[in-house]
Design a binder for this molecule. Structure first.
Ligand code: PLP
Length: 330
């Protein structure tokens, strides 16, 4: 038990709820070389439809709405993997989804969200403007917002991957490597893991360029950081100054949160491509390369979450060629 009344049953019920719509993602032994004698397994969340784990939280949220709420539809102000996931989940369940985005969001991202089945509303010139529109829609039409990370249904949904992983491995790993942005993924994973086995270590990983959760943990409360371009673009953005869940849960359960420079993230994308023959976006590559470069963090049995594959092919090709788009100075 803990401050948000999360218990194992919450996660088990969520897994049951979403498993009608999602097949478990594979857990495979890593082919690449890690510290000798250590077992390393990869949880392939990048193989979810829409290319990232966020479908778990989106489905868990939509499946708990009342029929009236489902009829009215839902909104969010995301530009990335959460928007795609929500659009896809909405299509699957017949729930209308509206995604508010600013004029500055690249066309290719707008198209991806439309293709996944959402209505897109272009408003203003920043993520904050898009959020203002979301709040308006909620107040005037009574639609429900499905937040990308800071909501119990979202983070519990993300945490269901731990139950799958435990069943696939036959036990809990000693150490789990998890990428961190707003913290829905790491809060859900860490809470579920520690409820099963408090000795499981959870290592969070973000990029050096603009890691809001890390800065907030250091400050002791949620703070804003300057958003910078990074290969791990899915890890950008704030945690919300009024963060209600993920900051506390991360502070309580995550053992360490480590930051990586751009060149290390690029190295991770290359290593996963060459050694595992998988395409991974920068965010998804962080845990893998951290586990490789820091053998001191490994337990006997380890699991790394490969969180997403939505990488711009041109960016992946430049990284494979050894070019470093951002932060060569870091
Ligand atoms: C959203 C996302 C993350 C981070 O998840 P949070 O819940 O925001 O911490 C990591 N990797 C990928 C690929 C993502 O889309």
């Amino acid at each position: 038990m803990n401050q948000h009344n999360l218990n194992l049953e919450t996660f088990e019920q969520a897994l049951q709820r979403i498993s009608t719509y999602l097949t478990p993602t594979p857990l495979i032994p890593a082919s690449g070389e890690f510290a000798e004698g250590k077992q390393v397994h990869l949880k392939l969340e990048c193989l979810q439809p829409t290319g990232a784990f966020k479908l778990r939280g989106a489905l868990n949220s939509l499946l708990q709405l009342t029929p009236a709420q489902r009829g009215l539809g839902v909104v969010c102000a995301s530009t990335g993997n959460h928007a795609r996931a929500l659009a896809y989940a909405g299509q699957l369940l017949g729930v209308p989804v509206t995604v508010c985005m600013s004029e500055l969001v690249p066309q290719q991202k707008v198209k991806a969200v439309k293709r996944a089945g959402a209505n897109v509303e272009i408003v203003g010139r920043s993520q904050d403007d898009a959020q203002v529109r979301v709040n308006e829609l909620c107040q005037s039409l009574g639609v429900v917002e499905v937040p990308p990370f800071d909501a119990l249904a979202t983070l519990v949904g993300q945490g269901t991957m731990v139950l799958e992983l435990k069943a696939q491995l036959g036990r809990m790993p000693d150490t789990l490597f998890v990428p961190v942005s707003g913290g829905g993924l790491v809060a859900g994973v860490a809470a579920c893991a520690k409820l099963i086995n408090p000795n499981t270590r959870v290592i969070g990983v973000s990029m050096l360029r603009g890691a809001a959760m890390h800065a907030s943990l250091q400050a002791g409360h949620p703070v804003e950081v300057e958003e910078l371009e990074t290969l791990a673009d899915s890890l950008g953005g704030g945690i919300g100054l009024n963060n209600r869940y993920t900051f506390d849960i991360t502070r309580q359960y995550v053992d360490e949160l480590i930051l990586l420079p751009e060149e290390t993230i690029a190295e991770g994308m290359r290593a996963i491509f060459y050694d595992e023959q998988l395409a991974q976006e920068g965010a998804g590559a962080t845990g893998y390369i951290l586990a490789r470069e820091r053998p001191d963090l490994l337990g006997e049995t380890n699991a790394i979450i490969l969180s997403g594959r939505n990488v711009d092919p041109n960016q992946l090709m430049s990284v494979l060629k050894g070019e470093l788009p951002y932060g060569g100075d870091l």
